[in-house]
Design a protein around this ligand. Structure first.
Ligand code: HEM
Ligand code: SF4
Ligand code: SF4
Length: 382
């Protein structure tokens, strides 16, 4: 029976790949660098963000004026702001492509569960980084975003007042006043979470053999020039200044759909509990997905025949997933070592089967005829 993943692979992923290969060629197809491109945008964000920090002043009285200075007066200020804004959108866009691609090419479960879980954490915290970025501008939209965030935090059962108080930098009694401490906290979140993301990325790559973290130079050049051209053609503008009383909820003018969709629902009058449910449904749903899907490869990890294994360690040397360990033998065999496969780490790649000259390691139910048929089908769809 065709699973939904196989159907999407056949009807969406492969045709899309075919079409984009015609435009970019196989060497520079961005779909093949779906993991590397978010990395590229992350570096653009780090560099442009550092330059913005030179002029940004995080107090209620100065934040908006410092943004005005950056946008209209500081040398290259607007260019840096535009690059920063569009790199954030580009990163989110490619992360979503990355997510759907690993999902619909079935490269996200079983031994790949660690990159998937850390990926969901990355996606969630990216959302907070983007949101706090919009707040830092401290124009009317930013003040509205902050007020809606405070309302949403207050609506959390039991700990809501504490959370809102923590975010505002107020006491934990439930007071809801925006002060200078609030903007300092927003800045700390906006700068601190990316540091945490670096740690998460390290964990993200931990179980991936030779992760492709960099796109080829030609594609990097293409992406960076596209970003620069887009920033020059559509430089970001500064919104209206907020009225002096920051603690009054405002009708927002424009909100970013990628980062502030729950706030849009807040403006549309949705119940905060429902907004939280929807917002949390995204990461929770993504965390559950790998466990809902049938374990197609269950039992198909490499298996060693004790009788044939000579302990030569060739499989151990070749296994790219560190799934094999060589252990001392004390079963009366004339050979000193035995190869042991850890099923949780084995990716069924079959390299060890090729490495073994003694027919001592095999992947059951992985018939070479079936494998060839699968390859032929994939090639026919290219
Ligand atoms: C900051 C955002 C992210 C960055 C920079 C990033 C980067 C990467 C890179 C460079 C790889 C290796 C790709 C390869 O070698 O072909 C990778 C693999 C992977 N990522 Fe991400 N990722 C991010 C977010 C996510 C998210 C949101 C998810 C899903 C929820 C995710 C799930 C995965 C999975 C399952 C793999 C393993 C794929 C495989 O083994 O083929 N990642 N990621
Ligand atoms: S099939 Fe063999 S080489 Fe591949 S991951 Fe499993 S043990 Fe390692
Ligand atoms: S390559 Fe074959 S014989 Fe050598 S250790 Fe691995 S399973 Fe045993």
């Amino acid at each position: 029976m065709t699973t939904y993943v196989e159907a999407i692979q056949k009807h969406v992923v492969l045709p899309l790949e075919k079409a984009t290969n015609r435009i970019f060629t196989q060497t520079y197809n961005p779909f093949y660098y779906h993991g590397a491109l978010p990395n590229l945008f992350l570096w653009v964000l780090f560099v442009s963000g550092l330059l913005l920090l030179v002029y940004y002043q995080a107090t209620l009285a100065t934040a908006y004026d410092s943004m005005k200075f950056i946008t209209y007066e500081a040398p290259f200020g607007n260019a840096m702001r535009s690059l920063h804004r569009y790199a954030a959108d580009g990163m989110m866009l490619f992360v979503l492509i990355h997510l759907f691609r690993v999902w619909f090419t079935d490269r996200f479960r079983e031994y790949r569960i660690l990159p998937w879980i850390t990926g969901v954490i990355l996606l969630t915290v990216m959302f907070v980084v983007g949101l706090t970025g919009y707040m830092l501008i401290w124009d009317a939209d930013a003040v509205a975003l902050t007020n809606i965030t405070v309302n949403l935090l207050h609506a959390v059962p039991v700990i809501g007042n504490g959370l809102a108080g923590f975010f505002l930098g107020a006491d934990l009694s439930g007071s809801a006043l925006i002060t200078d401490y609030t903007i300092t906290r927003i800045l700390v979140l906006h700068l601190g979470i990316p540091m945490f993301m670096m740690f998460m990325l390290w964990m993200h790559y931990l179980r991936i053999t030779r992760p492709v973290t960099n796109a080829p130079t030609g594609l990097v050049f293409l992406m960076l020039s596209g970003l620069a051209l887009f920033s020059a053609a559509f430089p970001v503008v500064l919104g209206e200044a907020a009225p002096p009383n920051f603690n009054v909820a405002l009708d927002p003018i424009t909100f970013d759909v990628l980062y502030a969709w729950p706030h849009q629902l807040g403006v549309a009058g949705w119940d905060p509990a429902l907004i939280w449910l929807l917002t949390l449904a995204v990461p929770v749903g993504l965390l559950i997905v790998p466990y809902l899907q049938k374990k197609a490869m269950r039992g198909q990890f490499a298996q060693v025949s004790k009788d044939n294994c000579t302990g030569c360690s060739l499989c151990y040397a070749d296994c790219p997933y560190e799934a094999i360990t060589m252990v001392e033998r004390n079963d009366g065999s004339r050979f000193k070592k035995l190869s042991i496969v850890d099923p949780a780490r084995c990716a069924n790649c079959g390299l060890c089967v090729g490495a073994c000259a003694f027919k001592a390691i095999d992947i059951p139910r992985c018939d070479s005829k079936d494998v060839l048929a699968e390859i032929e089908l994939a090639l026919a769809n290219q």
